[in-house]
Design a protein around this ligand. Structure first.
Ligand SMILES: NC(=O)c1ccc[n+]([C@@H]2O[C@H](COP(=O)([O-])OP(=O)(O)OC[C@H]3O[C@@H](n4cnc5c(N)ncnc54)[C@H](O)[C@@H]3O)[C@@H](O)[C@H]2O)c1
Length: 450
């Protein structure tokens, strides 16, 4: 574990220390009677792999979730995980090295509590802190001296102080002495196998130096590298910078894709060529829009909190607006392509290939495909979809199932929305009109890009 000693900031010296075991009682205050190393509160796309990473590293783990359905799915192994984590889950369930419960009072059994609940935005793009507030209130209620309370959900700057530090102080405990409070955003990329969760460095800020040290030990149980920062706010802001950076660059590359189409240049050739530069450039890929629980939401946490101080962030605001408009742009492009062929959307049949928000996952949250299909339907088109990861979905309150045989759907147009690695496009006939929003299906004859 490489730890950067914050006490020497300015002359930052990476310290190389052996991994610290959570079982090593020399490093943990033993004022509570803990029988578990770590409790993960919220076992979703992020919390479950985190729980599995801890148990694989030898920690005893308590997984807590308020959703009985989610706990049942985990127990049955019916959850969306990469193969390595699926194997870990199988082993953990077999060997009973993870205890699963919906009982929040169990939190006080764990030496470290990791909060990993959703932080979405509502339909007005305002942060919805309901779940985070409830989770933090439970953590504070059940907090016992000696625990580390660590928030890992993405959130606004000041949130850890508002929801953990201040209430704990009001309970009469002193952070850094009686109890430890830290923020370390989870940086996992669900569905992505090339970089392991252990290999992603963790940035951590604490309510005091002792809190950072304790959090670094707990994170170091599985993370190979921990990067301490001077404050809780610095750690919270770091995550907002990471995801805002992505949002702005996605908006930019989408704009470049539109410009390239106007100038009759293949944008992917340009991106590939630019990516040969060994510094100062990072490739982003244009698409039908962004989905998932991060990019469409996180920058709004920043924009929202800036409103209080009447501060504007025009570049971020513009990027988020452009991202939000992308599905409408896709529908307009479909309308344009049909119109060029003397067709209207009304009565046309559009087949969407891949509806998950990104390749390799069964995650539909904020997927642009949903808005695109809703809009197409509202404009009179018949809509179907194919996606090996999504056996059903709800559209305008009605269940939809994938088209069994894409050829017999007789699409007027096929929209390539998400390219899952294992999904074949062999069923596409040479004369089939295809709108390629993945920008990658170069082998298809009658293909146009978004
Ligand atoms: N999904 C990603 O790609 C990703 C990546 C990095 C960070 N994050 C951040 O991680 C956090 C969690 O995201 P996620 O994608 O895992 O969410 P998720 O929706 O997949 O899962 C969250 C889980 O928390 C549970 N939950 C909700 N309220 C609870 C409560 N009060 N107590 C206990 N459990 C509760 C839900 O039942 C659900 O199972 C968010 O802040 C998100 O921004 C997400």
């Amino acid at each position: 574990m490489a730890i950067i000693d914050t006490s020497t900031r300015g002359t930052i010296a990476p310290l190389v220390a052996p991994p610290v075991s959570l079982h090593d009682s020399r490093h943990a205050p033993r004022r509570g009677s803990f029988d578990t190393d770590v409790a993960i509160l919220g076992l979703g796309y992020v919390g479950l792999p985190t729980a599995l990473a801890y148990q694989a590293a030898g920690s005893s783990v308590l997984g807590i979730d308020i959703s009985a359905g989610r706990l049942g799915d985990i127990r049955a192994g019916a959850v969306d995980l990469i193969p390595r984590d699926r194997e870990r889950l199988h082993e953990a369930l077999g060997a009973e090295t993870i205890e699963l419960t919906g009982d929040l009072s169990q939190l006080s059994r764990a030496r470290a509590v990791v909060v990993c609940v959703p932080t979405p935005v509502d339909r007005y793009l305002v942060p919805d802190l309901t779940m985070l507030r409830a989770a933090c209130a439970a953590v504070v209620d059940h907090a016992v001296p000696g625990q580390l309370l660590m928030l890992t959900s993405t959130t606004y700057v000041g949130c850890t102080a508002d929801m953990l530090l201040d209430p704990i102080t009001r309970k009469g405990m002193v952070a850094g002495r009686d109890i430890f409070i830290a923020f370390s955003a989870e940086r996992i990329d669900p569905g992505q196998e090339s970089v392991s969760q252990e290999a992603v460095p963790r940035v951590v800020g604490g309510a005091s130096a002792a809190c950072v040290g304790r959090a670094a030990e707990v994170l170091g149980a599985y993370a190979h590298e921990v990067h301490p920062v001077p404050s809780l706010g610095t750690a919270e802001m770091t995550k907002l910078l990471e995801n805002t950076f992505r949002a702005v660059n996605i908006a930019l590359v989408n704009e470049f894709a539109d410009i390239c189409r106007t100038l009759d240049i293949e944008v992917m050739d340009v991106i590939e060529a630019a990516a040969t530069k060994p510094y100062g450039y990072m490739p982003f890929t244009p698409s039908a829009g962004v989905g998932g629980h991060c990019i469409p939401c996180d920058p709004h946490y920043l924009l929202w909190q800036l409103r209080k101080d009447r501060v504007e962030a025009p570049m971020i605001g513009q990027a988020m607006q452009s991202i939000a408009n992308r599905p409408t742009h896709v529908v307009e492009r479909i309308r344009e392509l049909l119109s060029e062929r003397g067709r209207s959307l009304t009565g046309s049949r559009v087949l969407v290939s891949g509806v998950a928000y990104k390749p390799g996952v069964a995650d539909l949250r904020e997927s642009p495909a949903l808005e695109i299909m809703q809009r197409l339907r509202a404009l009179g088109a018949s809509v179907g979809y194919v996606d090996p990861h999504i056996p059903r979905l709800m559209l305008d309150g009605v269940e939809m199932r994938p088209v069994q045989n894409p050829a017999t759907f007789h699409p007027t147009l096929v929209l390539l929305h998400t390219a899952h690695p294992e999904a074949s496009l062999d069923w596409i006939r040479p004369d089939q009109l295809v709108l390629d929003a993945t920008y990658r299906a170069t082998g298809i004859t009658n293909r146009v890009t978004l």
